[in-house]
Design a protein around this ligand. Structure first.
Ligand code: 13P
Length: 345
């Protein structure tokens, strides 16, 4: 394992107040999002959409790394240039989702465990040869009055740690994503407790599997009330609860935390990230960044709708969200940026 190279990559992924763009939706998830907007669910449309994203002018000004999917990493632009080359030419680090999805966890109704460890060593080797420098694995944890179970937390934490160790062996930085889902009526306090328990389990397993913490990125949820919870705390309270939970559970050796957006609106995700950095940035041991999919992509997808004539406007919307999130890392995001469509005003 080349420790210095891993550390350098992990640092580069969260450097300069930029973040990561997740564009690693599985075909099933991508098709679902296309279907909701009447976009044909074909390999050609998925390729065209991903070409729109990777060719967005100035993307590298705001994004350090993009997370690809197995289909996407093998694709090219219409003119034959590989996506990997386009990404590298933009000064962006390519990464790859390597889990094969969350499946029902036997013996635990209503809970999932993420699979994909079988054959992972060989797949990582192939992705590294293709140019990937980091990988991603997402575990999902549901919350209600009786969930999650300890069995679900333990199974997912162990899988994340085994994945992370294999990534580092292959020279890839593991992005470790234990996502406490927003769905449900649970309170922000329940989310905090579950996030804490899950992070404790993950870091214990990372320790047992000899994962070098300086060479990982943590991709957690923010600490939020459930989407159907009657009480929705204001932005500053979410920022306080999230940072308190992370300070208690994420070792200072970790170079960066890059949040998932999880179904928050793009504007709220930016506002909450901004509040964390505005209130705490100078006192935190790790960079607090973003690795959003929907909170960066969704407005662009809604503009594009599969129509070539909309590509430029969609790219502008994508870039705008990326800019807003860089501003949020600097604690200088505000709602006026949404009105003007500019984040550097
Ligand atoms: P969202 O930001 O849409 O939650 O996606 C992040 C991600 O990578 C999910 O695995």
């Amino acid at each position: 394992m080349n420790e210095q190279a891993l550390i350098a990559t992990a640092k580069a992924m969260v450097a300069d107040d930029k973040g990561l763009l997740a564009m690693d939706e599985s075909n099933g998830t991508c098709n679902k999002r296309f279907a909701a907007l009447g976009i044909p669910q074909t390999v050609d449309y998925r390729r065209a959409y991903r070409e729109l994203i990777v060719t967005t002018p100035d993307l590298g000004k705001y994004i350090n790394g993009v997370i690809l999917y197995d289909e996407t990493i093998r694709q090219q632009k219409k003119d034959g240039t590989s996506f990997i080359k386009v990404i590298l030419d933009a000064g962006i680090i390519p990464g790859i989702k390597v889990d094969i999805g969350a499946k029902d966890l036997a013996g635990h109704p209503g809970e999932k465990v993420t699979e994909g460890l079988d054959g992972l060593r060989d797949r990582l080797k192939e992705y590294a040869l293709m140019g990937a420098r980091f990988a991603k694995w997402r575990a999902v944890i549901s919350t209600d009055d009786s969930l999650p179970t300890r069995g679900c937390i333990a199974a997912n934490a162990q899988a994340l740690a085994r994945y992370a160790a294999l990534c580092q062996e292959a020279g890839l930085v593991p992005v470790i994503e234990p996502e406490v889902l927003m769905d449900g009526e649970h309170t922000i306090h329940q989310c905090s407790d579950v996030t804490e328990e899950s992070l404790r389990a993950v870091f214990k397993e990372l320790y047992l599997q000899n994962v070098m913490l300086e060479g990982i990125i943590l991709k957690p949820n923010m600490v939020l009330p459930g989407l159907s919870c009657k009480v929705q705390e204001p932005v500053d309270e979410v920022a306080d609860a999230t940072i308190k939970c992370l300070l208690r559970n994420v070792p200072a050796a970790v170079p960066g935390i890059a949040f998932l957006s999880g179904g928050q609106s793009p504007e709220l995700a930016s506002a909450r990230l901004n509040a964390m950095n505005a209130r705490f940035k100078s006192n935190l041991p790790w960079g607090v960044a973003f690795s959003f999919a929907r909170a960066i992509q969704q407005p662009a997808l809604e503009i594009w709708k599969g129509n070539e004539a909309n590509i430029l406007a969609a790219q502008q919307a994508l870039c705008h969200r990326a800019m807003c999130n860089v501003a949020a890392r600097q604690g200088r995001y505000n709602v006026d940026m949404e009105k003007s469509g500019q984040s550097n005003s």
